[in-house]
Every structure is written in C-alpha cells, then in structure tokens.
Write a protein that binds this ligand. Structure first.
Ligand SMILES: Cc1ncc(COP(=O)(O)O)c(C=O)c1O
Length: 422
C-alpha cells in the first residue's frame, strides 16, 4: 500500500487545496516526496513568517526538547514562558503588560471574550461582518466570513451582534475617494440603540485587516472610531491579530497602522513559526481581575512552543523581517497593480505589507470564483502555492514569508500572470 492511500482515512472536513505530500521545507520553499519544489506563498495560512524551519527556531526547539517538553503552567513556571513574556513586552504596546497563553487562534479568541465578559460583567459582544475568528463554538459564533463555517452547527452561543466592517473597496455608500465615508460607524451606533445598548456591551472584536473575509485592510478612521466608541460606552476593544500580527502587515501589529491601542490583543499563527501557540496581551487593570481557575488549559504556553516563539521574535528583530515585509509588500503590491492594468479580470489589489489580496471579478460584475480556483491550480502546476479567501472565494491571497526576496516576489507574480493568462 502506498503512503498516499492513507489519505483516504483522513476526515473530509479538512477542505483541501492540494494533494502535495510534503517531505521537508526550508525558507520560502516546500519540497514534495516526489522531488517537487514549491515556492510557498501560503506560509501554512500565515504561520511560518520566519520562513520554513528557520535555523534559529529549529535549534531553540532542539535545545528545549532536551531540557523540558511540558512544564504545566498551573504547576510550575518554566523558563521559555518567562523569556517569552520579556520578548513580547518589547514588541507589544507598552500598555498591554499582562499575558495569557493557549494553543490556537480560536482558543485565544474564546479566552478574550471570557475575559471581557467576566471583567465588565456585561453580556454582549459586537463582531463585524466578514470577520473570521475560528471554528470552536464561541469563535464560530463571532465568525461571519462565510456561512459554511456555521453550517449544521447551530445552536450557537448568544449575545453576539454583527455590525458592518469598513470594506471600502466594495463600499456601497462611498462618499469619499480617499477616506472611509463613516457609514459603518453610523450603522454601529444605530445598532447600539436597537439590537443592544452601550451598557450591555462587554467588547467589540475586530481584525485590523479582514483575513479570511477577503484581505481588506480597515481604514484607520474605522479602527479609531471603534476605539472612541468603546471608550464612550465602557466596552473593551479586542483586536484579533491572529493573521495580521507578527510583522505580517509591515508593522509589528496590524492596528499600529491606525495608531490605536486595544484593551486586549489576540495573537497566534506567526508567534512561534509553526509550533502551536497563541495568547492574549491585555492591560493590567483588565487581566489582573481574571479570577484564578475560571479559564486555562493543560497545554497552554507549552515549553517547546514558547522557546520557538522567543527564537522567532529574536530572528525577526535581528534580520529586520518587519522592515522586509514593508519593503517586499510594496514590491508585491506594485507588481500586482501593474498586472491589474493588463488583466481585466482583476477588479482590485489591496492589502498591507505581505498580506495582499487580488480580487477576480467576471465581466458582469459577479465574483469569479471558478476562475480563481483555476488560477491557483495553474500556479501550483507551475510551482507556486497560493490560497484563496473572501466570502465568495474570488480573492487570491499572497502571504509569503517575511524573508521573501526580490527575485521570489518577481517569480511569484510572473507565475500568477502566466496562470491567469492560461
Ligand atoms: C483572524 C483570525 N482569528 C482567529 C483564527 C483562528 O485561528 P486557529 O485556526 O489557530 O484556531 C484565524 C485563523 O485563520 C484568523 O485568521
């Protein structure tokens, strides 16, 4: 029996992009068992920001594996977690000076909502249309990027209300060419007088760049408006940086572009270069009120994962990866905008840093989902891995590692151009 035949025993619930059986990976490349090589512009869905198997991260994991695999957080403190706290304090906003660790993005999102509800004593949470926060029950109830994520899973937890996200590229109200027209904030205010009221809202949770929902950066004025509204009603602002964090947008955090400070920040994906780790950073006056034992988990803040995270942050700082994300993000954006001039199927190119989305639309204005699927399959045949996103699956997302170089950006865009042509 071939190894591949075992794939028939895997749950079909994992929607599949490729049938590649991967043997190893290094930097920006994945290598298949059949000798194939792929330029990886998926980063395992925005996780391997330092590139695959960054030597410094691998060495830190090896060393930690020989010392301590599991130092359960309720029982002992372990060195890598304390080192990680020190490293994070140098890169997160200084006002967020208490931390909690878990294993996945969804788990950290759940934790953020539990924290906000417990501390404020209020029941309601406002999420934004098109947002993705994960697939566990609480996180799924906050998610509205696609109906599929909730299909067949009802009933969901209650107390969640959805307000519009400022999706300027497809704004129906657009009254200004350069700034957010303010309509999403006006609708949110209306909601606070209809579906809920300010005094019942524990928190608002928002992605600084809509990720699964279509790679749409929020205009600064939208995030600033949410910050002001939370202050006005005494609610907490939770920023979900699971996909946009750790340098992905060319700044350490997606919300840095808006110059705001959240009350709670959710982190995962890029934090540990592929080891399972997630966490919250929050203001001390909030997190210090979290009652012992009301939340936790056996594996949260695993020693190997924390060691990988410490090495990840050090590698990012020493190699200037955030700066490289800003520089290469601009190169990628320029090249894709150039392609848009020649390819009428491309209706929009948008993003921040190395989180770039290319929207494909048919001549009649409908989402070109079939063409998007074909385009990324054609890219894979030519050795480039890409993903899609967006409610209608018609956005190609480019998420290369933050170590990507000029040649790799040029190569990826030329493969994409050729694939679109094909
Ligand atoms: C913004 C955002 N939040 C939360 C999650 C959930 O993370 P995980 O898949 O690790 O549970 C994701 C995953 O894609 C995400 O993009």
């Amino acid at each position: 029996m071939s190894l591949f035949e075992n794939t028939a025993h895997l749950a079909p619930v994992w929607a599949r992009y490729t049938d590649v059986v991967v043997e190893r990976a290094e930097g920006a490349y994945l290598y298949g068992t059949d000798g194939s090589r792929y330029l990886d512009f998926t980063c395992g869905i925005g996780v391997t920001n330092t590139g695959h198997c960054h030597p410094r991260v691998v060495e830190a994991i090896r060393e930690q594996a020989g010392l301590l695999l599991h130092g359960q957080v309720n029982i002992v403190y372990h060195k890598p977690m304390l080192e990680l706290v020190a490293a994070l304090r140098r890169i997160v906003p200084s006002a967020l000076d208490m931390f909690f660790f878990s294993n996945s993005g969804a788990e950290a999102v759940e934790a953020s909502v539990k924290l906000a509800r417990q501390v404020t004593g209020r029941p309601d949470v406002i999420a934004f249309v098109g947002g993705f926060h994960g697939r566990t029950y609480g996180a799924m109830a906050l998610t509205s990027s696609k109906g599929k994520y909730r299909e067949g899973s009802a009933p969901l937890p209650s107390g969640i209300h959805f307000a519009p996200y400022a999706t300027c590229s497809s704004c129906r109200f657009k009254t200004s060419a350069t700034e957010c027209c303010g309509e999403p904030l006006r609708q949110l205010r209306h909601m606070l007088n209809t579906q809920t009221n300010g005094a019942s809202v524990a928190a608002m949770i928002v992605e600084p760049v809509l990720g699964e929902g279509g790679y749409i950066p929020a205009p600064a004025s939208f995030l600033q408006g949410l910050r002001a509204m939370c202050d006005e009603i005494g609610a907490l602002l939770i920023v979900d940086e699971v996909q946009s964090g750790f340098g992905r947008t060319g700044r350490w955090w997606g919300h840095d572009h808006a110059g705001i400070t959240p009350d709670i920040m959710v982190m995962a994906k890029g934090i540990a270069s592929g080891m399972p780790l997630s966490g919250l950073a929050a203001r001390r006056e909030i997190m210090s009120q979290w009652q012992p034992g009301t939340h936790g988990g056996t594996y949260g803040g695993n020693a190997l994962s924390c060691a990988a995270a410490v090495a990840t942050i050090a590698a990012m700082q020493e190699e200037g990866m955030v700066e490289n994300a800003a520089r290469q993000g601009q190169n990628l954006m320029n090249a894709l905008c150039g392609l848009k001039q020649r390819q009428p199927i491309i209706s929009d190119v948008r993003g921040a840093g190395l989180m770039v989305g290319v929207e494909l639309t048919n001549a009649d204005g409908s989402p070109a989902a079939a063409a998007t699927k074909k385009a990324i399959a054609a890219c894979r045949e030519r050795g480039l891995l890409l993903l899609t996103c967006g409610t209608y699956d018609n956005v190609v997302r480019f998420i290369p590692p933050l170590i990507v170089n000029d040649e790799q950006v040029i190569e990826a865009v030329s493969i994409f151009a050729e694939s679109l042509g094909a």
